[in-house]
Ligand binder design. Structure first.
Ligand code: FES
Ligand code: FES
Length: 193
């Protein structure tokens, strides 16, 4: 079956079996290998992507179900190749990753949380990432990273939900709509701590 998936602002087409998961289509057909396969049973959250802005486990979504939806993968959260989003930067800053296997899922989960509000408590963050397993048990720094990103976004004074025009390129999968988190990165300057 032919599916058209809007991945990171780029329409990507693939011919898939009805049983093909979104996880496999992203990794195998579109070579977006930042979405990690962990348990492939919906338990670990390593495969998390955003479907119309909401975090979902791509191992539990069939590609045909995602037809026509906007999908954001870890490759699409930064403003441009070589750049980092505020949250990615915060993970680096606070050592929020160890082996990095859970990190894309953690970042996308945090991204969805901080698109809703920058005013998050530690409890909100813990609850939001409770479905994401880190085998390196680095939860302390991960929570710290999301707190750090939330604080930076709050100080950046950028309105939430202020999505700019899509900047998708027909040639790659790395361009995405420029959401508030990326706008904040521009506003605050990636290097300013
Ligand atoms: S790989 Fe999808 S939840 Fe573990
Ligand atoms: S950093 Fe290794 S699994 Fe989380």
């Amino acid at each position: 079956m032919k599916v058209n998936l809007n991945v990171n602002g780029v329409i990507c087409t693939s011919d898939v079996e009805p049983r093909t998961t979104l996880l496999d289509t992203l990794r195998d057909d579109f070579l977006l290998t930042g979405t990690h396969a962990g348990c492939e049973h919906g338990v670990c959250g390593a495969c998390t992507v955003l479907l119309d802005g909401e975090p979902v486990r791509s191992c539990l979504v069939f590609s045909v179900q995602a037809d026509g939806y906007d999908i954001t993968t870890i490759e699409g959260v930064a403003t441009a190749p070589g750049e980092m989003s505020v949250i990615q930067d915060a993970f680096c800053e606070t050592h929020g990753m160890q082996c990095g296997y859970c990190t894309p899922g953690m970042i996308l989960t945090a991204h969805a949380l901080l698109e809703r509000t920058h005013d998050v408590s530690r409890e909100d963050i813990v609850e939001a990432i409770s479905g994401n397993i880190c085998r390196c048990t680095g939860y302390g720094q991960i929570i710290e990273a999301v707190e750090f990103a939330a604080d930076r976004l709050k100080k950046s004074n950028v309105l939430r939900g202020n999505k700019a025009a899509q900047t998708g390129s027909a040639e790659g999968h790395d361009a995405s709509e420029k959401g508030v988190l990326e706008a904040a990165a521009d506003a605050s300057g990636k290097g300013s701590k």
